[in-house]
Design a protein around this ligand. Structure first.
Ligand code: ZN
Ligand code: ZN
Length: 258
């Protein structure tokens, strides 16, 4: 039963991602579900994270493969970021555990979904919302030659970080520290779950980077597209974790956040 709920969550999550890209017409027929158990339907919207109308608690479930445990400061920064931006008077808890390597050369979205089905323990229930973060021990399968992706939001409550790529682009000369880079990627990806930019949280003013879907045109902002790519140090040379700038902050507040 639990597994079927997770499959449904993943299916719905990928469906809602697809519908934001493809302009489905209302007449589009979706295939009939084959599961006769009538599993619970869970669709997480950015407003569910931002406001507490639906959920007043949040559990952030982090799993990491050996050698890719997050720095304690990175978890602290993520917690502070969430406390500052979202309403969850019942509390925000972050739990973290190790999982074994799968020995893969890289991860495509289908691989990340399978990993989540295998290990995710917390799904939104009653007044408690949940988010899932996986740090895998290799790279994204869809990397282009020139720019590497350090992490992706691949469903409405699910994030993956590519640990090997983050290590490759941090800690060296002119590179950010591993803590700064992983914190930036984590916060940036959570920004997407919160609906930035124009990804479920409406823009109050136009700050959309038209060349890079769902990113901010302000190149000082956390939601600039470079913040979760190998171009991080080119755009953010100061060695600090970037923060959200005015227009992104206004959007979050406008959609029930703070
Ligand atoms: Zn992004
Ligand atoms: Zn911004």
């Amino acid at each position: 039963m639990k597994r079927s709920i997770i499959y449904t969550l993943l299916a719905l999550a990928s469906l809602s991602l697809l519908t934001t890209c493809n302009n489905h017409s209302p007449n589009d027929q979706e295939p009939e579900p084959t599961d006769t158990e009538e599993p619970q339907e869970i669709i997480v919207e950015p407003v569910d994270f931002l406001s507490e109308a639906q959920y007043d608690q949040l559990i952030v479930e982090i799993v990491y493969m050996e050698g890719f445990k997050l720095n304690a400061n990175s978890i602290y920064l993520l917690a502070s970021f969430l406390e500052e931006r979202i309403h969850k008077s019942g509390g925000i808890s972050i739990i973290s555990k190790a999982i074994p390597s799968e020995g893969k050369a890289n991860y495509a979205i289908a691989d990340l979904q399978a990993l989540e089905v295998q290990y995710r323990q917390h799904l939104p229930i009653d007044k408690t919302l949940s988010a899932w973060i996986a740090i895998v021990d290799t790279d994204y399968a869809e990397n282009k030659d020139t720019v590497k992706t350090l992490g992706i939001p691949y469903a409405t409550s699910s994030i993956a970080l590519f640990g090997k790529s983050i290590q490759e682009f941090s800690g060296g000369e002119e590179q950010p520290s591993p803590h700064v880079l992983e914190s930036s990627v984590l916060k940036h990806l959570f920004g997407h779950l919160l609906g930035l930019v124009n990804k479920g949280t409406p823009m109050l003013t136009n700050h959309l980077d038209t060349q890079h879907d769902n990113h901010c045109s302000n190149n000082f902002c956390l939601m600039h597209y470079t913040a979760a790519t190998s171009l991080f140090y080119v755009n953010f040379p100061g060695g600090n974790v970037p923060s959200l700038r005015e227009q992104c902050l206004q959007d979050l507040e406008g959609n029930g956040g703070k």
